[in-house]
Design a protein around this ligand. Sequence first.
Ligand code: PHE
Length: 452
Amino acid sequence: MTESRQSIHGQWSSRWAFILAATGSAVGLGNIWKFPYITGENGGGAFVLVYLLCIAVVGIPVMMSEIMLGRRGKQSPIHTMRTLAQEERAGGYWQLVGWFGVLSGFLILSFYSVIAGWALSYVVEALSGTFTEISGDQSGELFTGLVSNPGTQLFWHTLFMAMTMFIVARGVREGLERAVRLLMPVLFVLLLILVGYAMNSGGFTQGLHFLFDPDFSKITTEGVLTALGHAFFTLSLGMGAIMIYGAYLPDDVSITRVTMTVALADTVVALLAGMAIFPIVFANGLEPGAGPGLIFQTLPVAFGAMPGGVLFGTLFFVLLVFAAWSSAISIIEPVVAWLVETKGWSRNRAALGAGLVTWVLGIATVLSFNLWSEIKWFDKTIFDLLDYLTANILLPLGGLLIALFAGWVMNQNHSKGELGLEDTDYRRWQFLIRFVTPVAIVLVFLNAVELI
Ligand code: PHE
């Protein structure tokens, strides 16, 4: 039965194509924009350690499961979960995983696109020499000027959404595969250059201490939830993005190996970003807990002071846009694949429809930084709420359901066959996915709502 199932959306051309696409999905604003600022807000080292632990014991097993379910189901997450639940004679409610994914996809992309828009506008700033010799204060003003202006942000958000839906409409393989192959390595090299600069900035030791010296008195239960949520967000897990990419994965590829490669690349990029940013923060007397504006306020100072700063600065923000682009595409792909499957729409039409809805939702995020900044719920703006609801609640919840399905519902012969693991390795995965992952997620949840 599995043999005869085929994806109507096409297939990756090889193992490397999948690795690149999944890395393209994983590496994005989450690594370069979000990881540094939440690390700054949560006091550094201890947070980083908890985050790394979450990647190892929750992220990796869940990623293996998501790819496995996707490849076995070969459809959009909603239909994949329905087919697999039927196959295992389990209830239709497992489709809920797919529905959560659709909801998360719209919500995440709506704010993701606004932040990517900031990066787009910084390409122009960098190119026009705005950063030259800029001070920490001036850089802060530049950023405030951007976010306090709804019109400018709307413009860049619109442009980024158009770019994203253009690629999605053409299908993920064309164009994207090739672009990511070239750009990911360049981004990596640029981050290394930035770390090199940071080494001589005068704040390197302090930056490294902050990142890698755990001080557990600084971490709160809220911080632990943020670390767990971020493990899902940064690896694109818990909402079907990796599941749908898994649906296009050829049957003979080792799921464990691709998972390890993607998780490693993602983690290295995040740590490099941290190592580039915090030394600059300390050397310039900036505030590590500055929030979502952190990289936009710190990096211009570095580019403004280094030789060739206009070139490096422009390149950096161009690459950041590309990293965000390849992630954005995967955030909305489950929705588009589902529209094509159920409504029989063309990819063009599905992309346009999904894109319009997301674009409208994004306006709320744009306004939450200015006209609506006073609209708060639990002391959180609309942007904060969207981020919290998706990364800290919906993604871990989706991950929990995926873990339960893969570990407890799926027939062991099925999962063993798909994963292609030796006995001992299979047992290890099974132990993590059956016990460690669900217990960790539930404990962190209960703690966060202060039930225990
Ligand atoms: N992983 C992406 C990033 O770090 C964001 C993302 C989240 C992508 C969820 C897909 C699904 O930027």
